[in-house]
Design a protein. Structure first.
Length: 131
């Protein structure tokens, strides 16, 4: 386990300096992160997103947010298109009526360009379309 402790510490240092990258946390409002949700065809679900792996101190300013779904029947809406690290913003997943029952992947990305460097955070969510 000592090697694991050193590895975790090293990753922490890399993240603090922006070298290890970040991640996007997707969760129900006030809840724990989720990687998968069930939404009936014709339904929608409200979630939140947060840029993690960076802090307002290490990365002052906002991350530009972008959400995408390549599936025509699934729409991802972000009413707020920028957010500081660590702060949550709403996200709505909407499944159109008639969308085939299946599991689909949607993505959320946060990007900050500052002082000639680019800092990125990404997250994915599996949307299970149910009857």
């Amino acid at each position: 386990l000592p090697a694991l402790a050193v590895g975790v510490r090293d990753i922490g240092v890399l993240r603090a300096t922006g070298c290890a990258g970040g991640y996007v946390v997707i969760a129900p409002a006030g809840g724990r992160s989720v990687s998968e949700v069930d939404i009936p065809a014709g339904g929608s679900l409200d979630l939140t997103v947060r840029v993690g792996g960076y802090t307002p101190k290490s990365n002052p300013g906002a991350f530009a947010l972008r959400a995408e779904s390549e599936i025509p029947g699934i729409r991802v809406s972000l009413p707020q298109l920028s957010v500081p690290a660590g702060r949550t913003v709403p996200l709505r997943e909407t499944v159109a009526p008639g969308t085939p029952l299946n599991a689909y992947t949607v993505g959320v990305q946060g990007v900050q360009k500052r002082e000639g460097r680019t800092y990125e955070a990404t997250g994915t969510l599996t949307v299970n379309v149910r009857p």
